[in-house]
Every structure is written in C-alpha cells, then in structure tokens.
Write a protein that binds this ligand. Structure first.
Ligand SMILES: Nc1ncnc2c1ncn2[C@@H]1O[C@H](COP(=O)(O)OP(=O)(O)OP(=O)(O)O)[C@@H](O)[C@H]1O
Ligand SMILES: [Mg+2]
Length: 239
C-alpha cells in the first residue's frame, strides 16, 4: 500500500515553562490517506487544535514536539527549519481557522491577502496572482469580486470572511486541507452553506481533509473516518 499522505506515530507535544513540563499530546498515532476526510472530535482542551497546528508547523510558544514522529508524503516533519515549513504550508498543507477575523490581517484588503498567498507559494507574477485570486473568489461563491478584492476584513460578513479564508487555503491546491471548527462562529444557515462549499472544494481539488469539530453530526456528513480525542490521547477511531 502507498504510504499515507499524513502519518503521526506515537507523536507527543509538551508545553514547558522553566523546569516544568506538561504533555498536551500523548503518543497519538493516526494517518490520513489521499483524498480521505478524517474527522477529529473531542471535548474542549483535548488537543485537537494542537494536532492541527503541529502539522502546520505553527505550535504555540512554549510547545514542542517531545516524542514520536509526523510524516507528510513519507517525509519527516520533525525538526524542520522555518524555511522548510514555508514550503510545506500552502502547497502541501493549508488550514482554515475557526475565527477568520483573527486569522486575516485587518490592515490588508482581502483580495490582496489571497493574491499574496498565491505569490508566496507559486511562481506567478503579481498580475497573475491577482487573477488567480479573483478566480478563486468566484469559485468560493463570492460575487462582485473586483469590488470585494479591495475591501477590508471588517467590511465583510462572517460567512464572506470564511469564504475568503477558504479561497486563501485552496489557492495553492494543497494536498491536505485542515479545517479547525470552520463554522462554529457562523449562524446555522451560513454554516450549512460553508460546509457544502468545503466539501465541494475538497472534491474538486482532490485534496484530503482533516476536519475538526465538536459536532458529530457535521463530521458524519463530511468525513470518511473519525478519531475521538480525550486529554491528549486518541481514545477511539471509527468509520
Ligand atoms: N498557548 C498555550 N499555552 C499553554 N497551554 C496551551 C496553549 N494552547 C493549548 N494549550 C493546552 O493544550 C491542550 C490542548 O489544547 P487545544 O487548543 O489543542 O485544545 P482543543 O481540543 O483544540 O480545544 P477546543 O475545542 O477548545 O478548541 C489544552 O489542555 C490547553 O490547555
Ligand atoms: Mg481548538
């Protein structure tokens, strides 16, 4: 069998402050295969976001990998330099965060943020990056894109901001899309629209997905498999 796209083996993350250290992820092992959608559920604080951030090379200050290994496309993610991580993020793995208001830069027009995501990771000119961004904005269901391109995050609704985040994440056609509670901040009808969009984008791009949610109903709709975490452990894995 081909190696999994993403594989974590006895992977551990600990927080340390001075001499004190406490484990936040405890020997977790799981894999995500090509095009597969893996759900992660578990109560608040169990380590879902840390798992996602580990795979993005974005662990918070004080946290470090303390054991085990994560591999992407068969290549270890342990001990990557910041520059290595920049080549992993965007093209191989991209992430959608729960709160687009904090994930987007408030001082840069949203269209330009999407274009910058493209020009950081792809060999394109400024003009091509802008066209890619406009195209992506249409694909995520935004209209009047030329106008929207120049708007700032605070001028958009929550649902529109999440569409912008999805456009930013998908613009480099990542192999793995991570969505960390992508609809928690939205009201119910908008939630359903964003979930449909995510599913559609994933299918069209042929990407795999790691989908984090408190809501098993949502996971059931979107995912092929689910793992349940509790206090830093994986306690269950099921279709
Ligand atoms: N910046 C930080 N500093 C110290 N501890 C942290 C930090 N971020 C997370 N932790 C700890 O790591 C553990 C896992 O946190 P994580 O954010 O992954 O939880 P989560 O499962 O995503 O929860 P939620 O559902 O609330 O988002 C928690 O016990 C938390 O206290
Ligand atoms: Mg979280």
């Amino acid at each position: 069998m081909a190696p999994a796209l993403l594989e974590l083996q006895n992977y551990q993350v600990a927080f340390s402050a001075g001499q004190e250290s406490y484990p936040a992820l405890r020997e977790i092992s799981f894999a995500v295969r090509d095009r597969e959608a893996l759900g992660i559920v578990g109560e608040s604080g169990c380590g879902k976001s840390l798992t996602a951030l580990s795979v993005m090379g974005l662990l918070p200050k004080g946290a470090a990998v303390s054991g085990g290994e994560a591999r992407l496309n068969g290549k270890s993610l342990n001990g990557l330099t910041p520059e290595d991580w920049r080549s992993v993020r965007g093209k191989q793995v991209a992430m959608i965060f729960q709160d687009p208001m904090t994930a987007l830069n408030p001082l840069i027009p949203v269209g330009r943020q999407i274009a910058e995501a493209a020009s950081t990771h792809l060999p394109v000119s400024k003009r091509e990056a802008k066209n890619l961004a406009l195209d992506m904005m249409r694909k995520v269901g935004l209209s009047r894109t030329e106008h929207l391109y120049r708007e700032y995050p605070h001028q958009l609704s929550g649902g529109m901001r999440q569409r912008i985040m999805i456009a930013m994440a998908m613009i480099c056609k990542p192999q793995l899309l991570i969505a960390d509670e992508p609809t928690t901040a939205l009201d119910v009808t908008i939630q359903a629209q964003i979930l449909d969009l995510l599913r559609e984008m994933k299918e069209n791009a042929g990407a795999a997905m790691m989908f984090i949610s408190h809501d098993l109903g949502v996971i059931r709709e979107i995912c092929d498999r689910v793992i349940v975490m509790y206090a830093g452990y994986i306690v269950e894995e099921a279709p």
